[in-house]
Design a protein around this ligand. Structure first.
Ligand SMILES: [Zn+2]
Length: 543
């Protein structure tokens, strides 16, 4: 099936009897639609990274062996797959060599293939300035793609944007309508947003207004901006120090408002910046001691607790949505909601509201009803032992669980059972907020949708309230004891204590950061100094 002889010649002497990147291919068949990274990675390292060009015969062989070797690779997508594999910044020559090969045999590279080529140009652009000729090639590809299709699909838009930003003139502005075009079919990707925002900070006359608008749009859509955007801003500020205090302060407030965690790369750049302009910025790596004490400045991080006024606004807004807009209890009948409200009026306030079903299933779903009920009872006992008044929310079908354990729950807590189809979290939030500012709740649910529906102003308030009041079950030991995760009482995102910023950071950028409340291991203790007259002059000479 594979022509191993030719491929063997193709590969530099690796000492293997046959190409490593094809070895054992017969054992595991890759799922359609997903690239098998191990084999293709070997193609990259064994062949593409060692060569600047391949002969026509070699390309033909690589192409054919991929089509033959992988179920999901076919004549239509193989060219894009090959360019996806030679996508590193130093592989531009090889990628172009492949496209020339395609043209030499009379085939026209499709949009996906040309789009991938634009990404390779972009990767090279991040390593070195592109030549005039290379930039002209990019513009020519972008033009031909746009000329052929009146509306480009989202992926092509993203690729063209990556091509345009790699050129040095004003052409990158043409990426903005493409971002709008992407909105027709889906939300623009982080990569597309980030490429444009990075460029807006990078260009000689930066378009800061645009860059910040894109950052805001991204963060609002829960798309964490890529590190390159922040690095572009920080690199600019390193040369334009007069702007540093205002722009850095804007960045820190942005990170705080959207609870965005930067990566180590950005944290390192901030530290470099501080050694470059120590009169403007002091940034030290720090750890947190017990109770959130910064080991660098010895201050305690801000408590996460919200003010009385914030709590009032939060609960009013939530209750208004319950009473007036009625979009909270979507899966429940009006009768059930009315019955629940009467129940709460009669039995509230509580110290802790427990999501019974969430607790029952939090250590695994393959449990007997007896085990499930016992777990709920153990959590109730945990709070009853502290003399807490408890409400347990559950579903009708829990009536059939272990009689003994459910009897314990019934006699030691208020118990409200909803219809089996209802969502429990609206009930949980209603009862908790209705009980007052001191009331906690017990659930693993991250409450994302509820936070989102409260709108941009109240969402951070809700998140802080949630962090302060949410308990959850970590695990149950062999002996049946439970380990409960208690709320962390200090803030976990970027914020200011007195005049010092504390900036948590993660090791690597992640597209989907968790919404759970974990204390980041790494922090910067950061002080922004306002410029005095003398330092202002100094800042100017640095340009
Ligand atoms: Zn500190």
């Amino acid at each position: 099936m594979y022509n191993l002889r030719l491929l063997r010649n193709l590969l530099p002497s690796t000492g293997h009897a046959h190409p490593r990147w094809l070895a054992s291919q017969h054992k595991r068949r890759p799922q359609p639609g997903s690239l098998p990274p191990d084999r293709l990675e070997q193609l990259r390292s064994d062949l593409f990274e060692r060569r600047q060009e391949l002969s026509g015969a070699e390309w033909a062989e690589v192409r054919q062996s991929l089509v033959d070797g992988y179920k999901h690779i076919n004549g239509h997508n193989v060219d894009a797959v090959i360019l996806g594999v030679c996508s590193g910044p130093s592989q531009l020559a090889l990628a172009k060599n492949y496209v020339e090969f395609l043209r030499s045999r009379g085939s026209k590279p499709n949009a996906a293939t040309l789009g991938r080529l634009l990404r390779v140009y972009n990767a090279a652009y991040h390593e070195r300035p592109l030549s005039e000729a290379e930039q002209a090639e990019i513009l020519q590809i972008c033009q031909s793609l746009q000329a052929e299709h009146e509306t480009l699909d989202a992926t092509s838009c993203e690729n063209v944007i990556h091509g345009l930003v790699a050129t040095s003139g004003d052409d990158w502005h043409r990426g903005l309508p493409l971002l709008e075009m992407m909105k027709v079919t889906s939300a623009p990707s982080v990569a597309a947003y980030s490429a444009l925002a990075e460029k807006a900070f990078n260009v000689e006359t930066p378009d800061q207004q645009l860059a910040w608008r894109l950052l805001e749009e991204m963060a609002t859509a829960r798309k964490p901006p890529k590190c390159e955007v922040y690095l572009a801003l920080l690199n600019r500020l390193a040369n334009e120090t007069a702007q540093l205090p205002a722009q850095l302060s804007r960045l820190l407030h942005f990170l705080e408002r959207h609870e965005v965690l930067v990566s180590q790369r950005v944290a390192v750049r901030l530290q470099e910046l501080s050694s470059q302009v120590p009169h403007l910025l002091e940034a030290r790596a720090t750890n947190l001691g017990a109770l959130g004490k910064c080991q660098s400045c010895q201050q305690h991080l801000q408590p996460v607790a919200i003010s009385d006024d914030e709590f009032r606004r939060l609960s009013e807004c939530f209750l208004e949505r319950v009473l007036i807009r009625r979009d909270v209890f979507q899966r429940s009948t009006p009768e059930e909601v009315a019955r629940f409200k009467r129940f709460v009026e009669k039995t509230a306030p509580y110290d802790c509201v427990i999501d019974g079903l969430n607790v029952a299933y939090s250590t695994g779903t393959k449990k007997t009803p007896q085990q499930l009920a016992k777990l709920v009872a153990t959590v109730v006992r945990h709070f009853r032992d502290q003399d807490k008044r408890v409400l347990v929310l559950g579903r009708e079908h829990m009536r059939n669980w272990s009689k003994q354990a459910m009897h314990y729950v019934h006699s030691n807590a208020s118990l409200f059972l909803t219809n089996n189809l209802s969502h429990d979290d609206p009930f949980l939030l209603y009862a908790t907020l209705r009980s007052g500012q001191e009331t906690d709740f017990f659930s693993r649910d991250l409450m994302r949708t509820h936070a989102f529906h409260l709108g941009p102003e109240l969402k951070p308030v809700f998140r802080r309230w949630q962090q302060e009041h949410q308990f959850s079950l970590v695990t149950q030991t062999q002996t049946g004891q439970i380990i409960v995760k208690e709320p962390i009482r200090h803030r976990l995102c970027v914020h200011k204590v007195a005049d010092t910023w504390h900036v948590p950071y993660c090791e690597q950028y992640t597209l989907h950061p968790t919404d759970s409340f974990e204390v980041p291991a790494n922090w910067l203790c950061l002080k922004l100094n306002q410029q005095t007259g003398a330092t202002k002059a100094k800042g100017k000479t640095r340009r």
